[in-house]
Design a protein around this ligand. Structure first.
Ligand code: FES
Length: 164
């Protein structure tokens, strides 16, 4: 066990954990951030995605707390405190079905895309989403935002627009 400094959702924290402890457990057990969900726990499904310096990463098995360093961690709770983040707003506006365990991970994956690719094509959106969640739920069949809607949300996110 050691004390590890983490910057999570814009605030500094110190967690006492082994360096190989998955970030997921640091977020949930130590910081009480329960919005990030555990699915497979094996790096397959993406349910545990958080942002690490803007990139969507799996926090359960592939991101030990000891490897985070000074990179900013954003968990679903920190994505938008007022729900104004475009992807999150779209998820709410489209009334994506409740109870799907992997939704926080899907939202985090979708929200990371505009930062990497400001104007992603439909194919790039589908690849980014389907590749990350192929083992869980093919997003095209998911009762969530339509592809056109997701494209618009991602356009909004990349331009900073707040239209929904
Ligand atoms: S729970 Fe993290 S990848 Fe499945």
């Amino acid at each position: 066990m050691q004390r590890i400094n983490l910057a999570v959702n814009g605030k500094p924290y110190q967690v006492e954990a082994g360096a190989d402890t998955p970030l997921f457990w640091g977020l949930r057990d130590t910081l009480g951030l329960s919005g990030t969900k555990l699915g497979c726990g094996m790096g397959l499904c993406g349910a545990c995605k958080v942002h690490l310096h803007g990139d969507a990463v799996r926090s359960s098995s592939q991101t030990p707390v000891g490897c985070v360093g000074d990179r900013q961690v954003t968990a679903i709770e920190g994505l938008s405190t007022d729900r104004s983040q475009p992807v999150l707003r779209g998820w709410i506006a489209d009334k994506v079905q409740k109870g799907s365990y992997c939704q926080p991970g899907q939202i985090m994956q979708a929200a990371s895309l505009p930062a990497k690719k400001p104007l992603p094509s439909k194919k790039e959106i589908d690849e980014a989403m389907n590749a990350k969640f192929a083992a869980a739920v093919p997003i095209r069949e998911f009762a969530g935002p339509s592809t056109a809607r997701r494209e618009r949300l991602l356009d909004d996110a990349s331009s900073g627009s707040k239209s929904a």
